[in-house]
Design a protein around this ligand. Structure first.
Ligand SMILES: [Zn+2]
Length: 445
C-alpha cells in the first residue's frame, strides 16, 4: 500500500454503514482507509478538514446526453463535465444519441472517446446504441468497453437513431443476453402514443394527454415479458408512470433481472405547476401529476425504483419554442440534480444517505463501476463536499451548462456543493475549476 498523501476529515462522512464523523485516508487516488475522526494524520500527509460540511461519495450519473461531437451547440464534454463537477458528480455515462455520430459502432465509439479525451473534468464512460440493423456491432462494442446498450421502443426524436419494433427488440435482447450485457430501454409504446390525442400548441395539459401513462405501462410489460423469456438483464430508463410500479415489483418477485431509474424532474416538478408554453419542462415521458410523484417517492423508499439519474438532455434555446408538440423534448438539470433531489428528499423525511444510495452507490452498481459509488477502502477517492442546509436560488446565468434554459430557474434549493474531488484531487472548489483531470472509463469485465 502506498503512503497516505491526504486525509479528508468531516464530522459527517457518508459511508455504506451510515453517516459518522471520520477521517478518510487517500493514496494514489484511492481511499486506503476510513479512520476515526481524531486519528493521527500520518507524517507527510496533508489534512483537509471540511468541518461540518458533509463528505459524500462523488455522484455517478449514468444518464447524460452530452451531444458531442455533432450537436455541440446543445452541450459538449467541456461544459457538461464542468457542470457535473459543480454539481458534485464525479462520473457520468454518456448516452449514445444526439451526438453525430451516435455510439452505434466501435468506430463511432472511438470518435466519441477522442472528442471527450482532453475535455473531461470528471470521469466519462459511454453507453452503446442498439438500432434496427446493428446487431452485429453489439458484441464488438461490448468488448470495446461500453457499459450496455440503449434502445428506444418509440421514435427517439432524432432521425439517425430509429426505434426497435417488437421482433427487433427480441433479436437485440437475445444478442445482448448471449454475452450477459445490459439493455437499457426508453419504454413508451408507439401504438399507444399514436392513439393518444395530439393537439399540439402551448397547453401543458394537451402535451401530457399526448404521452399517456399506458404507453409506458404497456411498453414495460412487453419488455418484462421478453426479459423473462430470454433471462436477459434489462433496465427501464426514466420511469415516469407510477402505474407501472406494480408490474415491475411483480417481475422482480418472479426473478426477472430488471432495474429501474427515475429522474429529478419527475421527483421535484409536477404537471400542475408547469406554465403553458413553458417547454423547458418538456421531456418524454412527461412530468406527471403530484399524486403520481408521491408514488415514485414511495417506490424509491421501498426499493422498487433503484436509482435517480438526470437524463440531462439540453438543446439550444431556439428549439424550446412554446409549442409542446414540436419543441425539443429534454430537460437540462445536470448541475442541479443533487440539490433538487436533496431539497425534496429532506422535505419528505429522507436522509442524505438515501440520496447517496440512489445517485451514487446504485448507479455505480448499474454500470458495474465497482471502484466508484462509496466511501470505503479500495474505491476511487471521489468526493463531493456539501453544505446540506445552505440554500440558493437557481440563477440560469450561473450554470455551467452550454445552454442556460432550465426548468429550475428561480427555485430555491438546499444543498450547496462547496468542492468536488476526483481521485484525490480537488477539481472544483467554490466556483473554480482545475484543468480537466477526468479519465475515460470502460466497462470492467
Ligand atoms: Zn435520455
Amino acid at each position: 500500500m502506498s503512503d497516505v498523501e491526504l486525509v479528508l476529515r468531516s464530522t459527517r462522512v457518508i459511508t455504506p454503514e451510515g453517516m459518522r464523523a471520520a477521517s478518510v485516508a487517500v493514496a494514489a487516488g484511492k481511499i486506503t482507509a476510513v479512520l476515526g475522526y481524531s486519528s493521527a494524520v500520518p507524517s507527510g500527509a496533508r489534512l483537509e478538514d471540511v468541518g461540518d460540511d458533509v463528505l459524500l461519495p462523488g455522484l455517478v450519473d449514468t444518464h447524460v446526453h452530452v451531444n458531442d461531437p455533432g450537436r455541440t451547440e446543445w452541450e459538449g464534454f467541456w461544459t457538461a463535465t464542468r457542470a457535473a463537477a459543480a454539481g458534485g458528480i464525479t462520473t457520468l455515462v454518456d448516452m449514445p444519441l444526439n451526438s453525430l455520430p451516435p455510439t452505434t459502432t466501435v468506430d463511432h465509439l472511438r470518435v466519441k472517446q477522442k472528442t471527450a479525451a482532453d475535455k473531461a473534468h470528471v470521469d466519462v464512460g459511454f453507453w452503446g446504441g442498439a438500432l434496427p440493423g446493428n446487431t452485429g456491432d453489439l458484441r464488438p462494442l461490448h468488448e470495446a468497453g461500453v457499459f450496455g446498450f440503449k434502445a428506444f421502443l418509440s421514435p427517439s426524436g432524432v432521425d439517425e437513431f430509429p426505434h426497435l419494433g417488437q421482433d427487433e427488440l427480441a433479436r437485440t435482447m437475445a444478442e445482448i443476453a448471449s454475452f450477459d450485457g445490459l439493455l437499457i430501454v426508453h419504454a413508451e409504446d408507439p401504438h399507444h402514443l399514436a392513439a393518444a390525442p395530439q393537439h399540439g400548441g402551448p397547453r401543458y395539459a394537451d402535451f401530457l394527454a399526448s404521452r399517456p401513462r399506458d404507453a409506458e405501462d404497456t411498453a414495460i410489460a412487453q419488455l418484462i415479458a421478453q426479459a423473462k423469456r430470454l433471462h436477459a438483464r434489462v433496465h427501464v430508463l426514466h420511469l415516469s408512470s407510477a402505474d407501472a410500479l406494480p408490474l415491475i415489483a411483480e417481475a422482480r418477485r418472479e426473478g426477472v433481472r430488471i432495474t429501474v431509474e427515475t429522474c429529478p424532474h419527475y421527483l421535484t416538478l409536477t404537471a400542475e405547476e408547469v406554465p403553458d408554453g413553458a417547454s423547458e419542462f418538456k421531456c418524454c415521458p412527461p412530468i406527471r401529476e403530484s399524486a403520481n410523484q408521491d408514488l415514485l417517492w414511495q417506490a424509491l423508499a421501498d426499493g422498487t425504483i433503484d436509482c435517480v439519474v438526470t437524463d440531462h438532455s439540453p438543446s439550444t434555446a431556439d428549439l424550446k419554442t412554446d409549442d409542446f408538440a414540436t419543441a425539443w423534448g429534454g430537460i437540462s438539470g445536470l448541475q442541479l440534480s443533487l440539490a433538487a433531489v436533496w431539497t425534496e428528499a429532506r422535505r419528505r423525511g429522507h436522509g442524505l444517505e438515501d440520496v447517496v444510495r440512489w445517485m451514487s452507490a446504485r448507479t455505480a452498481g448499474l454500470a458495474g463501476l465497482g471502484h466508484k459509488g462509496a466511501i470505503e477502502a479500495g474505491r476511487d477517492a471521489d468526493f463531493a463536499v456539501l453544505a446540506p442546509d445552505a440554500a440558493f436560488t437557481v440563477d440560469p446565468a450561473a450554470l455551467q451548462h452550454r445552454n442556460r434554459v432550465t426548468a429550475y430557474a428561480g427555485r430555491t434549493l438546499h444543498g450547496v456543493v462547496r468542492a468536488t474531488w476526483l481521485r484525490g484531487e480537488r477539481v472544483f472548489d467554490d466556483g473554480e475549476f482545475t484543468e480537466p483531470k477526468g479519465r475515460l472509463l470502460t466497462r470492467t469485465p
